[in-house]
Design a protein around this ligand. Structure first.
Ligand SMILES: [Fe+2]
Ligand SMILES: [Fe+2]
Length: 344
């Protein structure tokens, strides 16, 4: 490191501070604090690379200063070395317990102080680069996963008559309904990504059926319905929680509350909650989105249809929740409509 590193020395005896300065300068830039309070004021403005801390001080003692430093996010990573005349295993142990990295006894030996400081600065440096590396890898993984989700979600609709907007809009509705069903924030956010993949299995359905501009024959319907199991088999290949959730959704998003849905004919609460949520969001969006071959339903018509189908197709309790958050749903819808309008 080319820049001079900064050491903060904290001791209530000015002579000791002078001594430490003499030992560490000019190799390091040394800041001195005569009390715990003064030290905390300094770390508010500058972040030292290492702290040498006297234990026995009038006012706030070294242990207390250390505890405060370790509890603050911006200072928790700064290595603290205790310097004190107090010697004994018990004091040392207490210092380590509250987060110190080392312990030097007075009277201090100049070479030893320099050696310990050098070692702990190097260790802290190493830890910092390791942390940065882990953060970079995590970000990279998240971006890769996000891209994979987008690709799978879009792939399912590639040959479909639906626009790509449908999957993302219904995904937003799904997460809004999940929040209304008291799902924790992170899980509702995860559902948003997973829901977008609900029709991934359509990738396995022939164009002639997906794009048929007419009512499907009975045989064609049988093939069409396999998209839920195809999607399930594709998505369950991953162990990650998000794809597991997506696999369950793909599998069961066409089940109906009264047991008349597919593929398993599950009824009531035997249908996974995530799939019950997505079923409502999916149908509501299908009804209210503009498509070339059908008339758009207005919101009131769509709401009465959901109510009519509650307890037949949908979880009745969830339908009421969905209707109760309609202002939020319509805000999401408006956002997407204006995006669509800009494009056309
Ligand atoms: Fe579907
Ligand atoms: Fe859909």
């Amino acid at each position: 490191m080319s820049e001079r590193q900064t050491i903060l020395a904290i001791d209530d005896t000015p002579e000791n501070l002078q001594l430490l300065k003499g030992i560490l300068m000019p190799q390091y830039s040394v800041l001195a604090a005569i009390s715990g309070d003064a030290a905390l004021k300094i770390v508010d403005k500058t972040r030292p690379d290492l702290i040498l801390l006297d234990i026995m001080m009038s006012g706030m003692d070294g242990y207390e200063v250390c505890r405060i430093l370790k509890s603050r996010r911006d200072t928790a990573d700064i290595p603290v070395i205790f310097i004190s005349a107090m010697s004994g295993v018990k004091d040392e142990r207490h210092g380590f317990e509250i987060g110190a990295v080392d312990y030097i006894t007075k009277p201090v030996n100049a070479d030893l102080v320099r050696a310990r400081v050098r070692t702990h600065l190097a260790l802290a440096d190493q830890q910092r680069s390791f942390k940065i590396m882990v953060e970079e890898r995590t970000l990279e993984l998240e971006q890769t996963q996000g891209a994979a989700i987008k690709m799978l979600a879009e792939a399912g609709h590639y040959n479909d008559t639906d626009t790509g907007d449908h999957i993302w809009r219904m995904a937003s509705y799904s997460s809004a309904l999940a929040s209304a069903m008291k799902w924790p924030v992170e899980r509702a956010a995860m559902l948003e990504l997973a829901a977008a993949m609900h029709d991934t299995g359509k990738i396995g359905i022939p164009d002639s059926i997906l794009k048929a501009p007419r009512t499907l024959s009975e045989d064609e319907w049988i093939i069409m319905k396999t998209h839920s199991e195809i999607g399930y088999h594709i998505l369950r290949k991953s162990d990650s929680p998000i794809f597991q959730l997506a696999a369950t959704i793909a599998h069961h998003h066409h089940e109906k509350w009264d047991g008349s849905g597919y593929p398993d004919g599950l009824a009531g609460k035997a249908i996974p909650e995530c799939a019950r949520i997505v079923a409502i969001a999916d149908v509501f969006d299908a009804l209210t989105m503009a498509r070339a071959y059908k008339n758009v339903w207005d919101t009131d018509q769509a709401i009465s249809m959901l109510r009519e189908d509650a307890a037949k197709h949908f979880d009745p309790n969830m339908v009421e929740r969905f209707i109760s958050i309609m202002p939020k749903i319509l805000t999401i819808k408006k956002r997407w409509d204006s995006r669509e309008a800009k494009r056309s």
